[in-house]
Design a protein around this ligand. Structure first.
Ligand SMILES: N[C@@H](CCC(=O)N[C@@H](CS)C(=O)NCC(=O)O)C(=O)O
Length: 124
């Protein structure tokens, strides 16, 4: 019963996310290529219908960030990578590779702040 309710809620979240998909910011081609090169070092571990993950994916969409996502619910490898690397099975989690060093960021609000501080287009 609980899993039916959870499934229905997940479907609702995905439906509203689809209906109200944010528009992505447009950058000049060269600038977007620089951003893409930086986001190539990021990976988001997530569940498709987790509301915290949806919030992070909406931030990615709004800021046109091409970040690889790995589904830690459906993919055993992704789940193992998350638990071994980050230390716990909790999503969303952003894997950040910088200068050969890897760190794992949990908490959707921290991830969103990190992405916006680093990539949001500032009004001039
Ligand atoms: N405060 C956390 C909450 C994250 C959270 O509760 N995630 C759930 C999925 S929606 C989770 O990973 N639960 C552990 C599990 O499913 O094993 C955030 O904002 O990121």
């Amino acid at each position: 019963m609980l899993s039916v309710i959870r499934g229905a809620l997940g479907a609702l979240i995905l439906f509203f996310n689809w209906v109200f998909t944010p528009k992505g910011v447009k950058r000049e081609t060269e600038i977007q290529a620089q951003v893409d090169a930086q986001t190539a070092n990021l990976t988001l571990y997530q569940y498709k219908a987790c509301p915290f993950c949806v919030k992070v994916r909406r931030t990615m969409k709004r800021n046109t960030l091409d970040i690889e996502t790995r589904d830690a619910k459906r993919c055993d490898n992704a789940r193992d990578e998350l638990v071994e690397g980050g230390g716990k099975l909790k999503v969303p989690c952003l894997r950040i590779e910088e200068d050969g060093k890897v760190s794992w960021m949990y908490e959707s609000s921290d991830i969103i702040n990190y992405l916006e501080d680093r990539f949001a287009v500032k009004a001039t």
